[in-house]
Design a protein around this ligand. Structure first.
Ligand SMILES: Cc1cc2nc3c(=O)[nH]c(=O)nc-3n(C[C@H](O)[C@H](O)[C@H](O)COP(=O)(O)OP(=O)(O)OC[C@H]3O[C@@H](n4cnc5c(N)ncnc54)[C@H](O)[C@@H]3O)c2cc1C
Length: 339
C-alpha cells in the first residue's frame, strides 16, 4: 500500500539542495502505486507534481498537492530487428545506469548522453542532449499515464514535439502526464557521433581513431568530470539557462557591438548564442552572491555553495536575467524548471 506523508521538505531530493515543503509526498515503486496515487489525488482534490532525480528543478516555493517521487524500475529488450533493438526502460531508472546497460549489451546510440543526471522518465521532458546527440535521435516511443483519468497513452516522436531542451511535456501538456516508460531504438552496430568539439579533441589527444562504445562513455566521463562540478561537492542543476536563438539580422547587429560574440548555426536564418558566453561577458562567471553564484569554470552553472534559500537563488536568477536584457537586449530563459 502506498504511504502518503505530509509536509515533507524536498531540499534533499534535489541536486541543487534548494527546496521547500511538499504538502503531500509519496514514493512510487510500481504501477499499482501510481494508480493508487492518482485515485487518492482525485478523491482529495489535490494536484500531482512529479519528481525524478531532482536534477533539473529549482523548487522556489511550497508545492501544494501531492508530490510523487518516481522510483519505478526495470529495463528489457522489447523488440529485436536485424540491425536494431528497441529497449524499454521504466521511468524511475537512472538515465546513466540505462546508458551503461546499453553499452554492456553492445547497443549503440546514446553513448554521448552518458552521465546526464536524473531518471529515464525525465529525459524526454527536456529532450536531453550532450556532445551533439539528443534523446530524440534514438527515441522510439513512450507510455504515459494521464494524471486526471489514469488512462494510458502511447506517444511517438511526432507527438512529443521535441525541440532544443524542449518537448510537449514542457509545453502544452505540462503537468498532464506521468511518463511511465520510454522505448529507445538502438543499433547493433556502433553508430558513434564523434564530431563534437571536446569529444573530438580528447580522441585526438589519446590517439584513438575508431573508439568502441565503452571508450566513448569513458571519455565522456573524463570530460564531464573535468568541466562540470559534481553536485555532491557543489550542488547544481547543470546548465541553468538555455542558449539564445536569434535571427541572423539581430545577430549581425549584436556583432557590431561585440565582434567577438560566438554563435553556432541553427538554420539558414537563425543562430544560437551561447548563454555561458553572455553570462561571462556580463561579469557573473565565478562570482558569488552570498551562498549562490555561477561556477568559476563554467559560467552557465548556477551553484549553491551551501545553505542557500530559494529566495536567494531566485534573486540571483532575476539579477542575471535583468543584466543580460539590459546589456544585450536578449531574454535569458531558464533551462531548469522553476517551480
Ligand atoms: C551536473 C549536471 C549536468 C547535467 N548535464 C546535462 C546535459 O548535459 N544535458 C541535459 O540535457 N541535461 C543535463 N542536466 C539536467 C538534468 O540532468 C536532466 O534534465 C534530467 O533529464 C533531469 O532528470 P530528473 O529525473 O532529475 O528530473 P527532475 O529534475 O526530477 O524533473 C525535471 C522535470 O521533469 C518532470 N518529470 C520528471 N519525471 C517525470 C515523469 N516520469 N513524467 C513526467 N514528467 C516528469 C518534473 O516534473 C520536472 O518538471 C544536468 C544536470 C546536472 C546536475
Amino acid at each position: 500500500m502506498l504511504t502518503i506523508e505530509k509536509n515533507i521538505d524536498l531540499t534533499p531530493y534535489t541536486t541543487l539542495k534548494i527546496g521547500a515543503p511538499a504538502e503531500f509526498f509519496a514514493v512510487l515503486k510500481s504501477r499499482a502505486d501510481l494508480i493508487e496515487a492518482i485515485a487518492w489525488a482525485k478523491k482529495n482534490k489535490k494536484a500531482i507534481w512529479i519528481l525524478g532525480g531532482g536534477s533539473n528543478v529549482l523548487i522556489s516555493k511550497k508545492i501544494r498537492g501531492l508530490v510523487l517521487k518516481n522510483e519505478i524500475k526495470g529495463m528489457a529488450i522489447k523488440k529485436e530487428y536485424k540491425q536494431a533493438v528497441v529497449v524499454e526502460a521504466m521511468s524511475g531508472e537512472s538515465w546513466s545506469g540505462f546508458v551503461n546497460y546499453t553499452v554492456i549489451n553492445k547497443l549503440s546510440g546514446c553513448e554521448n548522453l552518458f552521465l546526464i543526471y536524473g531518471t529515464v522518465g525525465a529525459a524526454p521532458v527536456q529532450n536531453i542532449g550532450a556532445y551533439g546527440v539528443e534523446l530524440k535521435d534514438v527515441f522510439e516511443s513512450l507510455v504515459a499515464v494521464d494524471l486526471k483519468t489514469g488512462r494510458e497513452k502511447i506517444f511517438k516522436a511526432n507527438d512529443c514535439a521535441f525541440g532544443y531542451r524542449n518537448s510537449v511535456f514542457k509545453g502544452k501538456l505540462k503537468g498532464r502526464y506521468f511518463i511511465y516508460s520510454v522505448a529507445l531504438r538502438l543499433s547493433k552496430k556502433p553508430i558513434l557521433k564523434l564530431d563534437y568539439g571536446s569529444l573530438r579533441e580528447k580522441l585526438l589527444e589519446k590517439g584513438i581513431k575508431q573508439p568502441s562504445s565503452k571508450e566513448v562513455i569513458d571519455i565522456i566521463f573524463e570530460i564531464r568530470n573535468s568541466k562540470l562540478p559534481n553536485p555532491i561537492n557543489f550542488p547544481n542543476a547543470g546548465s541553468f539557462f538555455k542558449n539564445i536563438e536569434v535571427n541572423s539580422s539581430a545577430y549581425k547587429s549584436l556583432l557590431k557591438l561585440y565582434p567577438e560574440m560566438p554563435s553556432f548555426p541553427v538554420s539558414k536564418n537563425k543562430v544560437k548564442i551561447p548563454a555561458g558566453w553572455l553570462i561571462e561577458k556580463a561579469g557573473f562567471k565565478g562570482k558569488k552572491f552570498g551562498p549562490v553564484g555561477m561556477y568559476e569554470k563554467q559560467a552557465l552553472i548556477f551553484v549553491n555553495f551551501g545553505g542557500a534559500s530559494a529566495k536567494q537563488a531566485m534573486a540571483l536568477v532575476k539579477k542575471i536575467q535583468g543584466v543580460i536584457k539590459k546589456k544585450f537586449g536578449l531574454d535569458l530563459e531558464a533551462e531548469v524548471n522553476i517551480i
